[in-house]
Design a protein around this ligand. Structure first.
Ligand code: SF4
Length: 517
């Protein structure tokens, strides 16, 4: 097979690469190969039924493997300011330090600044494995800047995986270039396959020097998105589809979207809640369009999971985010600071660090397996959600008051399953608790039966108990899933002995507005 290199010269593509691309193309979406709808893409189960070659591509990618997101970090560089469509949920904002949502950045970068930043971050955070370009506009509406950035990074730090996120309008015309630059993960945001639905989400698009509106615009966008997805799949490039769940507009329709993208070979589907508040200045924020509740989102994800594996750990990151998903270290790497840094890029240090991470991952899997064997004989239909305060590594290692988010696990006699996360305002304000923040934290996890923390103060402990949520600090610094299953076994024992009564919990609120801390 002949490929063309950056200088336009024909080169022979290796046989192993041919084989890998064939396998990726054949994978045709999660859940198809085993027939059970339970393949491992993005799940916590490890390789599962994935071909080894594909697993190698996703196992260290924090967005494509749920299990990896506890251990590996990503960063975005904001080199793509322009956009070619308008979405009613989007407002590209600069200098908004307290907002974490797509389209928000503090600095725009040139490709050269971006490359220096990537090398600086990769040298400081050795678990950083992925570089994504996700805006603040559309990377493919800024193709020169996007591909120049990829070119520089692949020369300076060839061990870093390259990713881009696009609305898909300009995707078909760029698939060959995406292949040429070895971008092996692409995310397409697809919110509809019915133009009538699309007209309620997109007021206009701009394509080939012409502005389109209404149903005509949505049809053109949808055609390009689906064609681009098919072309990427055929090229052996892993595709994730992001969809924003907008109640009353596309919530029911997303089941159709899920089928359409699965049949075109999408690897993973990420259904995210609409984030909508008046202070964001978006059309939906200003007209009062609400986002889904936590249980509405989970119900839709559960429904689609039968068809295809779902991503549930997306943090809807800023276009300049740095660090583990759920943390943001971008303030440590501003352009001023980077330009002063003496960066020594040492792939060997990164490799050694990542080997340590791999040993920790293996220990975690063994610990979970041992606890699963313990619970194997239990008979019960009870299913509960629990919240976990963690800084990463799959351990319960964060204080209640320091948590900016809680990870949510579903527990049953079948085992534990990561089902999402909830962002919260910081409770601890350095020596005292913010009484205004506590009710928002409780609302965010009010569908959970327990919250696991490394430590918790007397006041929040009492408030949580009063709200019917059990604070659990007896597993501090232990592995999350092993501990949650041990607690669940004890919980079932307490229910069976009559010590406590199991009652279903209600719904919970997804955080919408800017943070207070
Ligand atoms: S926005 Fe979602 S998919 Fe993109 S880097 Fe963040 S977690 Fe990953």
């Amino acid at each position: 097979m002949q490929e063309t290199n950056e200088q336009g010269t024909a080169v022979e593509q290796s046989k192993p690469l041919d084989d890998l691309m064939q396998k990726v193309a054949e994978h045709k979406g999660c859940g198809t190969s085993g027939g059970s709808g339970k393949a491992s893409c993005g799940s916590s189960a490890g390789q599962g039924d994935l071909p080894t070659e594909i697993w190698e591509k996703v196992k260290n990618h924090p967005c494509y493997s749920e299990e990896a997101h506890h251990h590996y970090a990503r960063m975005h560089v904001a080199v793509a300011p322009a956009c070619n469509i308008q979405c009613n949920y989007c407002n590209r904002k600069y200098d908004c330090a307290n907002e974490s949502r797509p389209g928000v950045v503090s600095e725009k970068l040139t490709p050269e600044q971006a490359a220096k930043k990537v090398v600086a971050v990769a040298s400081t955070i050795p678990q950083m494995t992925v570089l994504g370009i996700a805006g603040p506009g559309d990377p493919l509406a800024n193709p020169e800047k996007t591909f120049r950035t990829f070119e520089l990074i692949s020369e300076m730090a060839p061990d870093i995986k390259l990713c881009l996120s696009t609305n898909g309008l300009a995707l078909p015309e760029h698939v060959e270039t995406i292949k040429k630059f070895n971008v092996d993960h692409v995310t397409i945001t697809i919110n509809m396959v019915d133009p009538e639905v699309g007209a309620k989400i997109y007021p206009w698009i701009f394509h080939e020097h012409k502005r389109y509106k209404g149903v005509e615009a949505a049809k053109l966008l949808s055609d390009h998105q689906l064609r681009g997805l098919e072309m990427l799949t055929e090229a052996g490039i892993l595709c994730k589809v992001n969809s924003v769940m907008i109640p009353g507009i596309n919530d029911e329709h997303l089941v159709e979207v899920n089928k359409a993208v699965k049949s075109r070979g999408a690897f993973l589907h990420n259904i995210m809640p609409l984030i909508s508040a008046p202070e964001h200045g978006t059309v939906f924020g200003l007209n009062g369009q609400r986002g889904p509740t936590a249980q509405e989102l989970k119900a839709l994800q559960d429904k689609c999971e039968g068809e295809m594996n779902m991503m549930r750990h997306c943090r809807q990151c800023r276009a300049d985010a740095v660090g583990l998903l759920g943390e943001d270290r971008s303030a440590e790497f501003t352009t001023d600071k980077i330009m002063e840094m003496d960066v020594q890029y040492d792939p060997e240090v990164r490799r050694e660090y990542q080997e340590t991470v791999e040993r920790e991952r293996e220990a975690k899997v063994v610990a979970k397996q041992a606890e699963l064997e313990e619970i194997a004989g239990e008979q019960s239909d009870i299913r509960v959600l629990v919240a976990v305060a963690t800084k990463g590594s799959g351990r319960i290692n964060e204080h209640f008051g320091h948590a900016k988010e809680f990870q949510i696990y579903e527990l049953s006699t079948a085992g534990s399953k990561f089902v999402g996360h909830r962002r919260v305002d910081l409770y601890c304000q350095g020596g005292y608790g913010d009484e205004d923040a506590l009710p928002t934290v409780i609302r965010a996890i009010s569908d959970c039966h327990a919250v696991f923390v490394a430590k918790i103060g007397g006041c929040p402990r009492d408030e949580l108990k009063g709200a019917g949520i059990e604070p659990v600090d007896g597993y501090a610094h232990e592995f999350i899933e092993q501990s949650a299953l041990a607690w669940f076994k004890d919980y079932l024992g307490r229910v069976q002995s009559g010590e406590i009564e199991h009652i279903d919990r209600g719904d919970a609120a997804i955080r919408q507005g800017a943070y207070v801390a």
